[in-house]
Design a protein around this ligand. Structure first.
Ligand SMILES: *[C@@H]1O[C@H](CO)[C@@H](O)[C@H](O)[C@H]1NC(C)=O
Length: 203
């Protein structure tokens, strides 16, 4: 009987547990989640309102959003390494546009380039050309604002964790785990979505 119960438990652990993609969050966990403090307010939220506007690739409108992201990291998260990945491509409109992906990375201070495993969080920041005035609030201004919020929420915890790891000497290869945000340009199509007219910068 005991053996049977143990066997059942083994089956449960081996088969059922890995399939459960979530666990219920406790009230304590929920209460401890970082608050948005109005950052996502569509009128004056610090992280969302500035990018809730058209963001059309290759135009000044997307430069405003890009400037906002770069400014955010410069002022609020200066330890994150920012890389711009530019690519110039012919679009379905028949003209070449330079797409600018923004890559923000924070790695353990001892990490060697090439050895780091990273949790990558991705959203695109360009908005569709049509209909006129389309701001792409959920697609994808809000996800971009969430990435900034997530990065800011974990920044101090990463610093503390890595300082403690350095102190205890726990800095081996397996400890080389960083975080990367990919804020991508040129996901949308210009005319209608096809393999050729889409994913210009965001591929
Ligand atoms: C990429 O594009 C941005 C925005 O136009 C520009 O500021 C930057 O200098 C470019 N970087 C490279 C390496 O060309």
């Amino acid at each position: 009987m005991h053996l049977h119960a143990a066997f059942i438990r083994l089956i449960f652990l081996a088969v059922v547990v890995p399939v459960l993609a979530y666990t219920a969050l406790s009230d304590e966990t929920l209460a401890g989640l970082p608050s948005s403090n109005g950052d996502f307010n569509i009128k004056d939220g610090k992280l969302l309102a500035p990018i809730l506007r058209t963001r059309i690739p290759g135009t000044p409108s997307i430069e405003i959003a890009r400037h906002f992201f770069l400014d955010f990291f410069h002022k609020e998260l200066p330890t994150w390494k920012i890389t711009l990945e530019n690519s110039t491509q012919q679009t379905a409109l028949g003209k070449a546009i330079t797409f600018v992906n923004i890559i923000a990375t924070r790695d353990p201070p001892w990490a060697q380039n090439g050895d780091v495993g990273r949790l990558a969080l991705v959203a695109h920041y360009d908005s569709k050309l049509t209909p006129d005035g389309f701001v792409g609030a959920t697609d994808s201004a809000a996800p971009c604002a969430m990435l900034l919020h997530a990065a800011r929420s974990i920044d101090q915890a990463l610093t503390k964790k890595w300082e403690a790891m350095e102190k205890s000497g726990d800095v081996g290869l397996s400890a080389e785990k960083g975080v990367q945000l990919l804020v991508l340009d040129g996901e949308e199509s210009f005319i209608s979505w096809t393999d050729e007219d889409s994913l210009y910068g965001a591929r």
